[in-house]
Each structure stands twice: as C-alpha cells, then as structure tokens.
Write a protein that binds this ligand. Sequence first.
Ligand SMILES: Cc1ncc(COP(=O)(O)O)c(C=O)c1O
Length: 451
Amino acid sequence: MREASSGGSKAVGFGIEALPRIVRGEGSYLFDERGRRYLDGSGGPAAFSIGHGQREVNAAIAAQLERVACGYRYLFTSDALEQLTALVLRLAGEDFEHVVYTSSGSEAVESAMKIALQYFDACGAPERRHFIARERSYHGNTLGALSLSGFAERRRPFEGSLLDVSFVSAANDYRPPAGIAPADRIDHWAAELDARIRAIGPERVAAFVFEPVVGAAGGAVPAPPGYAAAVAAVCRRHGVLVIADEVMCGAGRCGTWRALAADGVVPDVMAVAKGLAGGYIPLGATLLRREIGARILASHGAFMTGHTYSGHTAACAAALAVQRLIERDGLIGRVRERGPRLLATLREQLEPLAAVGDVRGRGYLIGIELVRDRATKTPFEPQRAVAQAVARHAFEHGLIVYPCSGNAGEGRGDTLIVAPPYNASDAELEELVDKLSASLAATLAPSPRRG
Ligand SMILES: Cc1ncc(COP(=O)(O)O)c(C=O)c1O
C-alpha cells in the first residue's frame, strides 16, 4: 500500500491502511467516493471554520480567479488584499495596524519571529536575539517555528539544527506544577518567566511566544484566567515582545476574533492562519501592533519577511468571503454562546466514562484528555495509542475528531480535540457528542465477558 501522497503518514490517517478518497464537502459534512458521510467534528485540524462547500465563498474565489489569480505583491495591490486587510484590522482591534500575509501558520509564526528580530534591529538593540517559548506547545513545522515548539516527538529528528530557544512551563490547570497552591499558580508561572528572562539577560531576549489556548501539543488547553495578563506584564517590564500564536485558537474559534481578547491582553505580534480562510485556500497572517510596525518602517522601510505568494489575491478573496460570512451570520457570537453549552454537554456525557480525565476548552476549541487512572491522572501507555484508536473508531463511524498524543510528557498522554465549524447546527453538535461518546465507550470500555 502506498503512503498517502499529501505528506500524510499512517499516523496521520489513524493507522488506516488505505485512506478514503474524498469527493465532496457540504456544510459540516464530508463525503468519500463510496458515499460515506463524515461529520467534521474537528474542522480537520481545527481549520475549517465555516464548514465545506460554502457557495458564496466558492463564488468569490471563482470570480477572483476569473479576473486574475494573483497580482504579485511588489507590482500590484488589489481590492481583495486591501479589503481583507481593512477587515482583519477592524476585527483584531485598534491596536493593530499592519498585516503581513503568508500561506500557512508556520510561516506566520516564522514571520512573527523575524519581525521581532527586525524590530530590535530597528531599535538599535540587535543583541536581542533570543526567544522564550513554553513546554507542551506547537508553533509549526519550519525550522524556526519548530524551534519554538515544546513538542519532543515532532522535534526529535531535527535536534541539533534547531535554534537555541528557552522553554518555561506550560500553564495547565489539569497538570499543574507540583507543590504550588492553586491560588499561587499565576504568580509562580510569571515568576518563572521573569527569572528566565533575568537569567538570559533581558537585553538579549527578543520575545516570549505562546498559544493563548494550546492546540495539538496540549489537547486544547486554555491559559488559566489571569495567566496571559501576568506573563505579558513580565515581558513589558523587561522590554520583551509578546508574540501570540493564534494560528489554531484565533479568527473566532474561541468566541472572540482574537483569542487573547478574552484575557484582556494585546500582544505585540500575532500569528493567525487556519480559520482565517477556513481551508478554502491556504492563508496565514502576522499582525503587528502599530508601534512595532511604525518603528520597523521608519528604520528599514519594509518588513523583511515574505514569500512569492504573500498576499495571494485569490487567497485573500477566499479569506474575505469567509470572514464576511462569519460576520454577517454572527458566527463568533454563536461560538461564544454555544461553546460553553457544548463543553457542558460533553462533560455531562463523557465524564461518566472512567477514562475521561478532563474536558476543557474555550469556544469551539475543546479538549478531552484520556487517562488510565482518573484519580492519579496517570496516562495510558503510549504503545496503546488510545487517542488514535478512539479517533479511528469515530472516523469509521462517520465522525472526525483530532487525536493528539504526548501532552503528559515523555511521549505519554492522549487527547482528542473537538473543533466543529462555527456554523454547525444544533443537531450536528448533538450528533457529534453522541458519536464521540459511543466511540469512547466502544474503544475504552472493558470488552464484555464472554461466557
Ligand atoms: C498553534 C499553531 N501554530 C502553528 C501551526 C502551524 O500551522 P501550519 O500547519 O498551517 O503551518 C499550527 C498547526 O497546527 C498550530 O496549531
């Protein structure tokens, strides 16, 4: 059997020998060539914000292609690019003034890193080269973004060629630091970051990078209340930039356009991607706070990051149509309102299952952590690949969820991410919960005794 050609592997395909051939998408459902229907309960990898086959998005892309696919950014501007930029800046809030486009989340993070470095060069502080990130994080697959990622399994084959990044603890209330009272955790994490910056030397640190809600590396772990504000205050005290990686959690997925808006924090630089164009055409973006962009432009005249297809016209037209649909239909409000209900329903239905250790999340980015022993939070043995097994069972029964592993460290830990399209109907959300409960029960319950 040949491997899937899209860079896929058996692990990506949950160990399924032959991946089904996709032929169609409609709303929250995907269909394969055998006519089997799959409810996209995780928007693929938390990417497909408005489901599939939306006619008006397809029409907007077709109309753009009819006129011109791409005006090269050094030669032309375009309506799609300018209108998208204006919309994104309005949605992100008044502190942001500049957008650098990319074709993926990794590139958006990579651009965020380069912008931080360019900013300090422009400020006459070129010795600020060092990045601090967090354990149990994922920021992308390019070497720079991977260097920031506290994700041992994805880093291992590339160790030795990655940048020298410092890691501080993940902020996870389900797996908290030992010996710290719950009320003291925020201070503990802030003090750890402060101590790390001081140990490196503040004059050498460019930026602290974090996911406001950790995606694949943690299994949808929202920062505890107060965390983002506390670490941002530490950074500001030391002149260190705050980079928010909102590739997965941003663009409305958590119920606000910027995930960090819920924490009352404005980062200096922010990466978005997945939900921005909702998978219709690849697109990422890096947003800069006004002062950051102004300083760079005053000194260097341009942001020195970009690619041939940065600001690709048809990709911008796709994102513009996606974002307009989200705004017109009030879908972020829908996520904000329905997200807590979906979380509560999942808790209610899943927590009776002994292997469900934690159900957490924000908006439509929800993580279910599976454990061998709920009292001690002991993970399953990695060889059992429990999350993959549940996701495979669900897939075979017409539900897509996103399995992640390794969140508990040393290759252990099993989580499932639920991230439905923002416009999934109530009936589809019910189907999601029912199918997921059934797959968890079927995969994890002890087999019935024969006799
Ligand atoms: C938080 C985060 N950052 C960056 C990336 C990389 O994005 P991409 O896969 O589009 O390069 C991902 C992908 O899952 C992500 O979840």
